[in-house]
Design a protein around this ligand. Structure first.
Ligand code: HEM
Length: 436
């Protein structure tokens, strides 16, 4: 295997741009575009992307693939060892604050830790670790969060009984209530204006530098967050952040709101598999029966969410920019080179994983997946997601709560057996109650 980056030909570059990168950009990196995600599922774009990257890895012996896109040099890696180098070497010399991400996230979180210059990153990361309790499987305020999740599960179950169905819109409405409750406090639960403002800013963010900023809307959005930061009661994340570092707190909250969206998508996809596979559901039910529903860790339910994130990653591509010249094999790439890890390529790689296209939560329980640097639903290394444990706490309880109902998912036959579809549009999933 060669570690010296290779320049792609024009034809190879076109293939990567059209079949790998364009579908990812079209779906929306910051907020998904429903028409594009439906199109991506119809065309199973992740499968086509895999074919292109696997072919190039084979042809070039695993060398990092160098593309020129306009003035930008982008290196797409295809080996897990190169993923490790990039993530272990973050934020220096591989910063997550890439050109594209700075352009995008500046629309609604210009001081977020992910796009912070290294001089400011440390204090912001410390606050995130403190508030989100990165290293705690169960957050100190977990009881309040799980209670919010349970209220949400009851609302969703009521809806199912009342209307006979559940789609992504209905799920999302309840999910936002749960998220606002946890992040900003109970008073914020029905703050639709805040959610709408964030949605608008995120849509702009999909266009990165290409879309003008809406400074006035962002200012109003930030004022709302500052209000909650100053008034929220104990138990909300914003309250803990305000108590720790009032000057930094409000600027970190937009990322939390934005990132919980991915957690909802992962839960919804996991629920679809649960509804399609009675054995997975039975195991979830027996785990809840034996662990109780209070503040249990629910390892199997967590593993189901992780497996949903492995099969259908919500961070479609992990990007880094080099902050200084970096040497790869016999070649030195200049500072400012972009690097891309296409998540689904690594997550579904049959060269490394026996279970690449199968639903195997057990591989998260026995340590197999944790040892693999290619499996990065929450990234890895010093810049990995500080929200991981909190996400798994909340989503596992929601999944277990919803699994109590006998659900059927439309087009469930595709999810009932392996291999699983490469691309699943969570916005197109629909559930109904089983016949009783
Ligand atoms: C399923 C849900 C989530 C997934 C899959 C996820 C995944 C990720 C990934 C892959 C990164 C690294 C991005 C990069 O390297 O460019 C990241 C960073 C981050 N995530 Fe999450 N995330 C999730 C939810 C959350 C939540 C709910 C929060 C907060 C409440 C959160 C807070 C953060 C923060 C603050 C960072 C930036 C870390 C840094 O720059 O040091 N995430 N997340």
């Amino acid at each position: 295997m060669s570690s010296t980056p290779v320049d792609l030909t024009l034809a190879e570059t076109t293939d990567v741009v059209c079949k790998v990168l364009a579908p990812l950009v079209a779906q929306g990196a910051i907020v998904r575009r429903p028409h594009a995600t439906a199109w991506a599922e119809r065309h199973q774009t992740d499968r086509a992307a895999h074919v292109v990257l696997a072919g190039l890895r084979e042809r070039h012996g695993g060398a990092p693939l160098v593309l020129r896109i306009g003035t930008r040099r982008l290196v797409v890696v295809t080996l897990a060892d190169d993923v490790r180098r990039l993530l272990d070497g973050s934020p220096e010399p591989f910063t997550p604050a890439t050109k594209e991400k700075r352009g995008a996230l500046a629309h609604f979180q210009p001081e977020g830790v992910l796009i912070s210059p290294n001089s400011r990153r440390r204090r912001r990361r410390e606050l995130n670790d403190h508030v989100l309790q990165t290293d705690h499987a169960v957050h100190d305020d977990g009881a309040a969060f799980v209670a919010a999740v349970r209220r949400g599960a009851v609302t969703l179950a009521d809806r199912l009984v009342r209307t006979g169905g559940l789609d992504a819109d209905a799920f999302s409405t309840t999910w936002w209530r749960i998220v606002l409750d946890m992040v900003l406090g109970t008073e914020a639960c029905t703050d639709h204006d805040l959610v709408n403002a964030l949605e608008t800013l995120r849509r702009d963010a999909n266009w990165s530098w290409l879309h003008p900023r809406r400074d006035r809307l962002r200012w109003k959005f930030e004022c709302r967050i500052e209000y909650y930061a100053a008034t929220a009661r104990q138990g909300a994340l914003v309250n803990a952040a305000h108590a720790k570092d009032p000057a930094t707190a409000p600027s970190q909250v937009p990322h939390w709101l934005f990132a919980f969206d991915a957690a909802g998508a992962a839960t919804f996809r996991a629920l679809a598999v649960v509804a399609a596979r009675p054995r997975v559901r039975e195991r979830l039910l027996s785990e809840t029966a034996s662990e109780g529903t209070s503040l249990a860790v629910l390892p199997y339910a967590r593993a189901c969410v992780l497996e949903s994130l492995r099969l259908w990653p919500t961070t479609l591509v992990v990007l880094r920019d080099s902050t200084r010249p970096t040497t790869w094999g016999a070649r030195t790439l200049p500072a400012g080179t972009g690097f891309a890890v296409v998540s689904s390529f690594f997550h579904r790689d049959p060269q490394r994983l026996d279970h690449a296209n199968e639903f195997v939560p057990e591989a998260w329980l026995d340590g197999r997946n944790d040892a693999d640097w290619g499996l990065i639903p929450f990234s890895g290394g010093p810049v990995s997601c500080p929200g991981r444990s909190l996400v798994l706490l909340v989503t596992s309880h929601l999944l277990a709560g919803l699994a109590a109902h006998d659900l059927r998912v439309e087009r469930g036959r595709y999810l009932a057996r392996d291999p699983l579809p490469a691309t699943v549009d969570h916005l197109g999933l629909r559930f109904r109650l089983g016949e009783r």
